[in-house]
Design a protein around this ligand. Structure first.
Ligand SMILES: [Zn+2]
Length: 258
């Protein structure tokens, strides 16, 4: 019989993933990684979270990670119900890093001056409540603007930002993302690191766990969306259906753009 414990993308499965990670890797926050120079641990993990939906579920993953002494980096969008100072500060207090999941170029409909103005304001808003050093772009799937393009015109370092989660990282990282409910999903229009090819693949979280246990990877860069990892079967069913619909919509959107 199918039990909830066997389902993927649940809090239970996340805990299993954290356990095997803690046994095999030293976790680094984005800032620790970017400032380490040649001093990187032999085997390390970057755990990045893009908080796209509600902020609340991030507390769940943050607490589990803390249990396993994993230091992650949480990127919050500057939107209602996502930018929630109390939650952000609690997560930072657990030893995780807080970053800004920016999308001002798509929000400004491609108006670069407006986008950088908004970016500056949001950076200041984050700095009012936490220590902000790094950013990651939100891949606005249905916008024709790629938020990273802002950095073809401006420099995020001018705003005291030391790195961007897509642009500032080495190509030698083994990247895995849960976007589209499957690791390394092809349902993804923008969620990849430019220029790199993936040697290792995983479909399910169990695949990823086995890969970690095989000790073949000396580093791991995981992007995980906490609001997609559910703790109740009903919500799991809801997200399963929502992801299916979303992936179909993206597929037709991609065909339209061809
Ligand atoms: Zn996002």
């Amino acid at each position: 019989m199918l039990s909830f414990k066997n389902l993927d993308f649940t809090t239970h499965k996340f805990r299993q993933l954290c356990s095997v990670i803690a046994d095999n890797y030293t976790s680094l926050t984005m800032t620790q990684y970017l400032t380490a120079g040649n001093d990187l641990p032999e085997r390390f993990l970057l755990m990045r979270h893009d908080v796209d939906g509600k902020a609340g579920p991030s507390l769940r993953t943050a607490i589990i990670e803390k249990e396993f002494d994993i230091h992650a980096t949480y990127y919050f969008r500057a939107k209602k119900n996502i930018y929630v100072p109390e939650i952000i500060q609690q997560i930072e207090g657990m030893g995780h890093e807080i970053g800004y999941h920016y999308e001002t170029l798509s929000d400004a409909n491609g108006d670069y001056e407006k986008a950088i103005r908004m970016f500056k304001e949001e950076v200041e808003r984050f700095r009012g409540i936490c220590n902000l050093r790094t950013i990651s772009m939100h891949g606005a799937s249905f916008s024709k603007y790629d938020n990273r393009d802002l950095w073809k015109v401006y420099d995020f370092r001018d705003f005291g930002i030391i790195g961007e989660a897509y642009l500032s990282l080495s190509e030698n990282l083994n990247y895995f993302t849960d976007t589209g409910r499957g690791w390394n999903s092809k349902n993804n229009l923008r969620d990849f690191i430019p220029g790199r090819t993936q040697k290792f693949t995983a479909e399910t979280t169990d695949d990823l766990i086995r890969l970690i246990e095989s000790c073949e990877l000396d580093n791991l860069y995981i992007t995980l969306h906490p609001d997609r990892w559910t703790s109740t079967p009903l919500r799991w069913g809801f997200f399963w259906f929502q992801d299916l619909a979303f992936n179909l919509a993206k597929k037709s959107f991609r065909m339209m753009r061809k």
